[in-house]
Ligand binder design. Structure first.
Ligand SMILES: [Fe+2]
Ligand SMILES: [Fe+2]
Length: 276
């Protein structure tokens, strides 16, 4: 089917009067099977930017949560206030309490709303950790098997364990796959599972190699140089026609990817539209 994806919340905005940037991600998906929202940003940008972009958030028929972090879930409140009753697709770990230990402070970084409040605003949670179709030709990866030995996750993203903290493996991280005439269209949230693990899982599950587009957060920003280079080398082995990076990719990795992917590379910031 056809897809039109518009970035509504992202870390950067260029030449779009009235729009604002925030550390976060939200992508509005218009498909022949209806409109969906992947993530909601931190919540400061989504309603404003949707108005600027001419997007009516009341038309969504489902909200897909890539994972539980506040920079993807903070906009659930304002979106539900506009939309009312709607299905929200997420992993069963969605409401876990997790923290960042970056810097010297321990900071809560999970969903910034209690579940009953979101349900009172209209959310019906559809939890699954499986690779699943939520509409014809629209798939969610569910939990992504960790296969590479170099996509290691973040030591400073943690969950409580006894008296202390242990690394959060962020099993709830998932991505979106749309089948189009041009090939697979992959939308990443933060990709904490690792972009190579994620794309390998998608190619295997879909039984198709050709990926027309990969857009969204690659999580190749906050990684070691060794991991970045191994991931970029492995990424080049996939059959990817267009690569549009956002959010947790960072300028250093983005510039590396621009060099490697040439004309196939682009930025996905607030207002970018990608169609297939
Ligand atoms: Fe995240
Ligand atoms: Fe994120």
């Amino acid at each position: 089917m056809k897809i039109k994806a518009t970035i509504v919340s992202e870390n950067c905005v260029f030449h779009l009067p009235g729009a604002v940037a925030e550390h976060g991600l939200s992508i509005f998906m218009e498909t022949e099977r209806g409109n969906y929202l992947l993530d909601t940003g931190q919540g400061k940008a989504i309603v404003n930017n949707a108005l600027v972009l001419g997007i009516d958030l009341r038309t969504i028929q489902g909200i897909i949560m890539s994972h539980h972090h506040f920079d993807h879930t903070g906009g659930l409140g304002p979106v539900l206030d506009l939309k009312g009753a709607v299905d929200v697709y997420a992993h069963p770990d969605f409401f876990k309490e997790s923290y960042s230990t970056r810097g010297n402070a321990v900071r809560y970084i999970g969903v910034p709303y209690p579940r009953p409040l979101l349900e009172a605003k209209g959310a019906t949670f559809k939890f699954s950790d499986e690779f699943r179709s939520i509409a014809p030709e629209l798939w969610l990866t569910g939990e992504v098997p960790r296969r590479t030995d170099y996509e290691l996750g973040d030591e400073n993203l943690v969950v409580k364990s006894g008296e202390g903290y242990v690394k959060d493996d962020i099993r709830d991280d998932q991505s979106v796959v749309i089948e189009t005439q041009k090939g697979l269209f992959v939308i990443l949230g933060c990709c904490h599972s690792g972009i190579i693990n994620t794309l390998s899982h998608i190619v295997e599950k879909m039984g198709q190699r050709h990926i027309h587009a990969v857009i969204g957060g690659t999580h190749l920003g906050p990684v070691s140089d060794e991991q970045r280079e191994k991931s970029i080398a492995a990424l080049k082995a996939f059959d990817i026609e267009r690569l549009g990076v956002s959010h947790c990719t960072g300028l250093k990795t983005a510039s590396r990817l621009a060099g490697e992917f040439g004309d196939r590379f682009f930025f996905c910031n607030v207002g970018t539209v990608v169609e297939a």
